[in-house]
Design a protein around this ligand. Structure first.
Ligand code: C2E
Ligand code: MG
Ligand code: MG
Length: 592
């Protein structure tokens, strides 16, 4: 009995204080008292009653305790399930709720409801390594319950992971919308900014300044890329400072920056700002940046236009400013009309390319002394319902749209047919845009077909060759290695110095008619003489273009030109070139 008593007392001591423990102690005391009394009294009806009933209190309390325990454990597992559901719901919400603080609030609401404590407070902190940690302050009865603390830990982990993810995605988005070098918003951010602004009903107009550093390529070439980079950084800084919080400054790419001013000020104010920006940028990089080309667009709110056209039109104005050396150019009705014309032209060219409306004419190139036709030049003609259009009307549009590549291939095929028909070498014009194509050489040779490569002369303009076309020179060298001959076309319209001639991968020099027109003057004659002499010294054959009079022909002959080309000795035509008979000098036009 003593042993059993000790066991029961130990059990009661392990119970948590409360009504149950008191009841258990009371029941044990009662039973023990009953049992002891039964021993002491030994016999009689009372002793009998005690002997049979002494265990009743203990049994009652044990049964009651058992029921209570089962009830409690049912409640516990129900709570466990609710906690799991709450964690699952929070995890789910973490994918939609962008803001970790909002998620924390949800976690607090769930914790308070399930743990029955209104003063549970959560907090997100950052670890030294930048990760997030979420903790909950809760009253003692909650922190003493391992199930409750486990639940709070789980909630905390969900919130922390969401905060980490949120942080990472913000950093990624930030990086994707900013330029690494200057820290300015990039083109993507700019596009979003402009379209968001433009689509807002209540927003005012918008001014866009498209700025491009003039001759920035030279800075890189002369001073190296690190200097180029710091010039761009200084430019970004100056622009941001000059604009202040009046608008957004973005790096559009390379040396192009775009400034957007919401609540469009007047055109005059924007132009004044453009000047101030230029002054600041030039002053920040003395000797490196000399000027800026800026295209300005001021769009009125009630103008029906698409957001993406805003920056594009400012870009067009910038291009115009650069082309004409204007500094600042405002996009206006005239420019818009021209852009529309160009778009229309490009569309018509596309249609004509598809319908095969491009034709090729051939102009004879004759020996300067014998006037024998020694070659022809293939010249594209675009024929539509309005008749034949000369290249100057459409070549630059076709270059811009890239269609010149397709057209050029067609010309080479026609040139090959001309070789078979006329048995003469054929010159084909190649524009800079074509030279920029990486597989130009292969495509041209394929169009030309097998053999007779020395009968193909590719005419490249001086500017195309001297401009920064690293690919161009390589392409020409490889074509030359295949036997194709290269002519430097329109010589005298660019800026190349005669001394560079020897280093270029060319065989023929074609003197532009701009120089020919002057040969009758003493100065023009001297210039052409120098050109012919140096070209010959560099091992080049000289063709003088634009010969229109017998007088010009005679002077050119005298100067030692090898070949001539011009209306005097043959106009471009679709038929076979014919030999010309010239009348006496000065007596007018030749007879064909
Ligand atoms: P270019 O290569 O210098 O061609 C010579 C141009 O001068 C031709 O003009 C020709 O008609 C013209 N011309 C020839 N002799 C005389 C003359 O005595 N007086 C005058 N006033 N003009 C003369 P066209 O055919 O209008 O071609 C102009 C330019 O367009 C060409 O200059 C060439 O650079 C380019 N071009 C022509 N066809 C093509 C082509 O298929 N592809 C490319 N990329 N460019 C082409
Ligand atoms: Mg030519
Ligand atoms: Mg030419």
């Amino acid at each position: 009995v003593l042993l059993a008593l000790a066991y029961v007392v130990l059990g009661i001591r392990r119970m948590t204080a409360g009504a149950m423990r008191t009841a258990a102690a009371l029941a044990v005391a009662l039973s023990f008292g009953g049992l002891t009394a039964a021993f002491v009294i030994v016999s009689g009806p009372v002793a009998e009653l005690l002997t049979s009933l002494w265990a009743l209190p203990v049994v009652a309390v044990v049964i009651y305790g058992g029921v209570q325990h089962t009830r409690a454990s049912i409640a516990r597992s129900a709570r466990q399930k609710h906690m799991r559901d709450a964690v699952a719901a929070l995890t789910q919400a973490a994918w939609f709720d962008r803001d970790p603080e909002q998620l924390l609030e949800r976690a607090e609401v769930a914790a308070r409801a399930l743990l029955g404590a209104q003063d549970i407070e959560g907090r997100i902190t950052r670890t030294p390594r930048g990760a997030h940690h979420t903790s909950f302050a809760a009253p003692a009865e909650v922190t003493r319950d391992p199930q409750a603390t486990g639940f709070l830990d789980d909630l905390g982990q969900v919130v922390s992971a969401a905060a980490d993810r949120h942080d990472l995605s913000r950093r990624l988005r930030d990086a994707a919308e900013h330029d690494f070098l200057t820290g300015l918003p990039n083109r993507r951010r700019l596009d979003t900014y402009v379209s968001e602004h433009w689509e807002r009903e209540d927003a005012g107009g918008l001014a866009v300044l498209f700025c491009d550093l003039d001759a920035f390529k030279r800075v890189n070439e002369e001073f190296g890329h690190p200097t180029g980079d710091s010039v761009l950084q200084a430019t970004a800084r100056e622009m941001r400072e000059t604009v202040g919080d009046a608008g957004l400054v973005a790096r559009y790419g390379g040396d192009e920056f775009v400034i957007v001013l919401p609540d469009a000020p007047s055109v005059a104010e924007v132009v004044a700002l453009a000047r101030r920006i230029e002054d600041a940028v030039v002053a920040a990089s003395p000797g490196k940046v000399r000027s800026l080309s800026v295209g300005v667009l001021v769009a009125d709110r009630d103008e029906p236009r698409e957001a993406h056209s805003l920056v594009r039109d400012a870009d067009t104005a910038m291009f115009e400013a650069k082309r004409k050396g204007l500094g600042v150019r405002v996009f206006d009705a005239e420019l818009r009309a021209r852009v529309l014309r160009e778009i229309d032209l490009a569309r018509r060219i596309t249609r004509s390319v598809a319908e095969g409306e491009f034709d090729v004419h051939f102009q004879p190139i004759v020996d300067a002394t014998s006037l024998e036709v020694v070659a022809v030049e293939a010249l594209s003609r675009w024929v539509d319902e309005d008749g034949a259009h000369e290249p100057r009307e459409w070549v630059s549009a076709a270059e811009e749209s890239g269609q010149i590549i397709e057209i050029g291939i067609g010309v080479v095929r026609a040139a090959r047919r001309a070789l078979e028909l006329f048995a003469l070498p054929v010159g084909v014009n190649v524009s800079p845009r074509q030279l920029a194509e990486p597989d130009l050489a292969a495509r041209l040779l394929e169009a030309w077909g097998p053999g007779d490569r020395d009968k193909l002369i590719l005419e490249i303009t001086e500017t195309a060759l001297l401009d920064d076309l690293p690919l161009g020179v390589e392409t020409l060298q490889s074509l030359r290695a295949e036997g194709v001959r290269i002519a430097l076309d329109d010589f005298g319209t660019g800026y190349s110095t005669l001394t560079r001639l020897a280093n270029l991968p060319v065989d023929v020099l074609k003197v532009d008619r701009a120089l020919t027109g002057d040969v009758t003057t003493a100065r023009g004659c001297a210039v052409l003489r120098a050109v012919v002499d140096i070209a010959h010294a560099s091992g080049l054959e000289v063709v003088v273009e634009g010969i229109e009079t017998v007088e010009q022909l005679e002077i050119v002959r005298e100067l030692g030109a090898d070949r001539v080309q011009g209306f005097l000795v043959g106009r471009p035509a679709s038929h076979a070139p014919q030999r010309v008979r010239l009348p006496q000098a000065g007596s007018g036009r030749p007879q064909v």
